[in-house]
Write a protein that binds this ligand. Sequence first.
Ligand code: FS2
Ligand code: SF4
Length: 549
Amino acid sequence: MFCEQCEQTASGQGCHQWGACGKSPEVNAVQDLLIYILRGLAPVALRARDLMISTDEVDRFTCEAIFATMTNVNFDQKRFTSYIRRALAYREHLKTQVQQVTKSDQSWPDITCYEPNFEDSLASQGEDIALQFIGQSKNNVDIFSLKLTVLYSLKGMASYAFHAQELGQTDERVDQFCYEALAALERQDLSLEDWVNLALKVGEINLLAMQLLDAGHTGNYGHPVPTSVPLNARVGKAILVSGHDIPQLEAVLKQTMGTAITVYTHGELLPAHGYPRLKQTYPHLYGHYGTAWQNQTREFAKFPGAIVITTNCLMPPHENYEDKLFSIGPVGYPGLNYLPAQPNGLPDFTPVITKALELPGFTEIGTPRQVTTGFARNALLGVADQVIAAVKAGKIRHFFLIGGCDGAKPDRNYYTELVEKVPEDCVILTLACGKFRFFDQELGAIEGIPRLLDVGQCNDAYSAIQIAIALANAFEVDVNQIPLSMILSWYEQKAVAILLTLLHLGIKDIRLGPTLPAFISPNVLKLLSDTYNLQPITIPEADLAACLA
Ligand code: FS2
Ligand code: SF4
C-alpha cells in the first residue's frame, strides 16, 4: 500500500500498512486501479471531444469517480468495482462512437486498452499498477512529487466540478482539462518545469470550478446573508445532514416538509443557513449540531435522530450509530446504508425519515447558544465602504484569513491559540471545518464589523479569494500588498487544489500547517518558498508578529 494524499498520513510519511483514515490496503489498491482506468479513459474522451461527440455523461461520471477516491469519502470496495466497470463501459462506448464518426480503426495507446481481470483480485492488480506508477518516476523524486501534486489536486478540483454539475453549472474548460491532466500522468517526457506549470494549471482551472460552484449556490439559493444559527436543539424528531452538499440538503428538506421533523446541519453544512432561499422555503431547517468531522464518532452517537452524510469527511462508523447513518452520492462504507440516486438524480430519503420517526428525537432544548454565518463575498462587499473607512482610520489594522481543514492531531490547537492571540484591532475571516476550533468565540466587533467572519465552507474559498481581490482593488494595490495574511490548515485534496489556485493567482506569504504535505519533495518545497514565500506555520506568537511587522 502507498498513499500519502492527506495530512493525516502515517508518521507524516505515507500510509503503507493501513490508512490512518481507516482505509484498507485493498480499497486503496482498487482506488489506484480506478484512477489508472480513468487515465486510460481520458485520451478516448479527448478524442471524442475533438470529434464533437458528447461526453457530458462521462464528464459527470469521471468527476464523481475521482471524488470517491478522496480522503474520507468512500471505503467500499464494491462501489469501486462498480465505478471501474462503468469507466470501462464508457471508454469502450466512446471508442465505438469515435470509430463510427471517423469510419476508421483507431490506434489507441496501451493504457486505453487495459482490461482488469474481474475473476482475479482487483486489489492485487491495483497494487501492481501503483508499483508501476511509482517505478516510472523512481529516478526523479521531484517529478514524482509534482505528479502526485497534480493527481491529488485534480481530486480536489473534480470534487468542486462534481458539486457544480449537481447545480447545473458546467464549463467545457474544466472537463477538457480534467482529461488532459489525467492523460498527462502517463507521460514520461515532461520536464520539472512542465510539471510545475501543470500543477499551477490545476490551480487555474480549479478557480473556474469553484466559480461555477459559487454561481450554482448563489444562483439557486441567493447570496448568503449574515444569519444567526442556533446551536441548541428544538424539541422533536430530528435529522442531521453532514458533508458539504447543499442541493442534497435541500432534497432532505423538501422530502421532510410536513413531517414535523427538524433538520440540523453538521460540519461543513453550517454555512447553508446563510442562503436566504433555503431559510425562507424550509423553516424546519433549524440549527447546527456538532463540530468538525473528526468529532463525528462522539457526536453522531449522541444525536437522537437519523443522519445523512452527503460527502466527505466520513469516518469508519461505530456500531452504536451505524444503523441510523445513511450515505449518498460518492460516499460509502461497507455495510453502511446507502441511498442511490433516483432517475431525478436525488435519493429517496424515505428510509431516513422512517428512522428519524422511530428514534426519540430531542426532548429538551438545552442551553440556548448561537453562532453567525453567511459573511460570504456579497455580504462583505456590501459593507466594503465601512471596512475601507475603518482600515483608513486605523481602526482595523490587519485581516487574517485563518481557515481550512480540521483534523484530530493535537498540533492543530495552534489555530485556536492563534485566533485567541490575534490583536483586538484585527479582523479574522474564516472558512471550512477548521473554524470549529473557534467558531463560537465571542470576539466582538470593530465599528460594527464583527471581528470573526465566517465566509463559508471550504467549497467557498472562491468567495474568500474574491474578497481579497476586491480589497486590493479598493486600495488600488496588488493583492499581496493589502493588510491580509493567510494562515491555512490543510487536510485533504481540496485544500491542495485551493493552495494551487492561490499560487496561480500569485498570492505570496501563505503560511501552511499543521505540517507540510508529505508528497512535496524538499526541492519542490524550496521552489515554492523561493517563488511564493510559502512557509510552514511555527508558533502563534512568532507568526502573528511576522504578519503584523
Ligand atoms: Fe473538512 Fe473534511 Fe471541507 Fe475537507 S469536512 S477536512 O474533507 O472538505 O474541509
Ligand atoms: Fe493515509 Fe490519508 Fe491516504 Fe488515508 S487518505 S490512506 S490517511 S494518506
